[in-house]
Design a protein around this ligand. Structure first.
Ligand code: HEC
Ligand code: HEC
Length: 387
């Protein structure tokens, strides 16, 4: 009895500032080891890094639309794995978001904003990390206890125990969150575009033209949702306003769940997110991703429907000028009113020529961080089939 009181009292004891700082650094190091440890999956073969590979700015290393996971690595997910870089400024999810810096107006309501994952359903890295660890389509552990057991048996087990406050599983999640906030690893701002903004590098003629088209409201109008300029206080551009939008990207036949014509991933209004199931005005909306490191990707948009950056950019130009039939195939017609219609959409003549699309693609290439593995979007076209 006495012992247990002493124990919990010791746990609850606040750390001194120096101890808290030391613990924060140790958590980052522990989080790194957890992140790369395949032993934490039911298959024993999948770590966080399998889908979020540091060589690809912590995005997927292949051109599958969506990744495989589960006990036998044969279960397919239904969303593209995002890069984990540049998430540090994603605000907590809010239904109404007022930001004059982004909207350029006083207290203009930007609608729903922020939160992690494509539908913003969690706010903190620690809450997010539970999802893949326990999802039957991903790392597929049956319970937190199973994860704790494996982690304590790992080489870093004693370190995990030493750092644990308020439960070992909570500390695992806390360490993963701490690692994801490591500045050098997750927001290095080492792209050529950052160097150019600082006056320390040049962009090619085509990249500069692409930037101009990206910004121009009469042309790409991309910066409307993917701001390319520094913030008022000099903060580097994040290339997202964190808002949600329905772009009406086509349905992706590579996703097995789509074999059922009645199944739809509606983003904000479900089914993964469950608090807005009865909010039809939110259906089809997904969080605007950053475009930093986008040139490393080979699966674009939430359903990974396109496999080259050029196709992804051309989608914006062609959606309303050269529509693919059937239109808006990944969203039931009653939700079509939610689909974006402002430029670059909503015009019958393409807002960008083929040449201009190429320039925007070139410009987006300047947003790749210096440490990323040089890959060309067109390389490795061989799509590995389901294992
Ligand atoms: C099988 C592939 C896979 C594995 C393994 C995986 N993830 Fe993910 N990750 C995804 C997908 C897919 C999403 C998007 C999920 C969604 O929108 O619902 C995602 C989203 C995220 C996000 C939110 C990103 C954003 O833009 O908001 C974070 C953070 C994250 N994962 C961290 C992790 C961590 C930590 C691990 C290991 C514990 C992990 N992931 C393991 C596929 C994976
Ligand atoms: C109305 C806001 C909006 C505008 C304008 C906009 N985007 Fe996007 N962008 C989004 C949203 C939202 C997504 C994710 C949509 C989804 O997955 O369903 C996205 C996704 C993308 C992606 C895929 C990124 C990834 O990680 O898969 C690329 C590339 C992209 N946008 C480039 C552009 C370019 C280039 C333009 C201008 C021609 C542009 N965007 C204009 C909101 C916008």
């Amino acid at each position: 009895m006495t012992v247990s009181i002493v124990c919990s009292a010791a746990l609850a004891q606040p750390l001194t500032r120096a101890d808290a700082e030391a613990r924060a650094g140790d958590l980052v190091a522990l989080g790194r080891r957890l992140f790369f440890d395949p032993a934490l999956s039911a298959s024993g073969r999948q770590s966080c890094a399998s889908c979020h590979d540091p060589r690809f700015a912590y995005g997927p290393p292949n051109d599958l639309s969506v990744q495989f996971g589960g006990r036998d690595l044969r279960r397919q997910g239904h969303r593209a794995a995002p890069s984990l870089r540049y998430l540090q400024k994603v605000p907590q999810f809010a239904e109404h978001f007022y930001d004059s810096e982004i909207t350029g107006e006083d207290s203009a309501d930007n609608g729903p904003t922020g939160g992690l994952t494509w539908d913003g359903r969690v706010d903190r890295g620690r809450d997010q990390a539970r999802i893949p660890l326990l999802s039957p389509d991903e790392m597929a552990n049956a319970s937190p206890a199973e994860i704790v057991k494996k982690a304590l048996a790992a080489k870093y087990g004693s370190e995990l125990r030493r750092l644990s406050r308020g439960g070992v599983f909570a500390t695992i999640l806390e360490a993963l969150e701490a690692f994801e906030q490591d500045e050098h690893e997750f927001y290095p701002y080492s792209s050529r575009y950052d160097a150019w903004l600082a006056g320390a590098a040049s962009l090619t003629r085509s990249e500069l033209r692409g930037l101009e088209l990206f910004r121009n409201p009469e042309k790409g109008n991309c910066a409307r949702c993917h701001p390319a300029d520094r913030g008022a206080n000099g903060t580097p551009p994040q290339f997202t306003d964190y808002a949600f939008a329905a772009l009406g990207v086509p349905r992706n036949g590579e996703i097995r769940a789509n074999a059922d014509p009645a199944w739809f991933d509606l983003g904000l209004c479900g089914p993964d997110r469950t608090d807005f199931l009865n909010r039809p005005e939110y259906c089809g909306k997904f969080r605007t991703p950053t475009l930093r490191n986008v040139a490393l990707r080979r699966a674009f948009f939430h359903n990974g429907v396109y496999h080259t950056l050029r196709e992804a950019v051309a989608f914006y130009v062609q959606r309303d000028s050269k529509p693919i039939e059937p239109r808006f195939s990944d969203l039931p017609p009653q939700f079509w009113p939610n689909i974006e219609t402002d430029r670059p959409f909503g015009v019958k003549t393409p807002v960008l020529s083929d040449d201009e699309i190429d320039s925007i693609v070139d410009f987006l290439g300047s947003l790749t961080d210096a440490d990323a593995r040089p890959v060309h979007a067109e390389r490795d076209r061989s799509r590995s089939p389901a294992r």
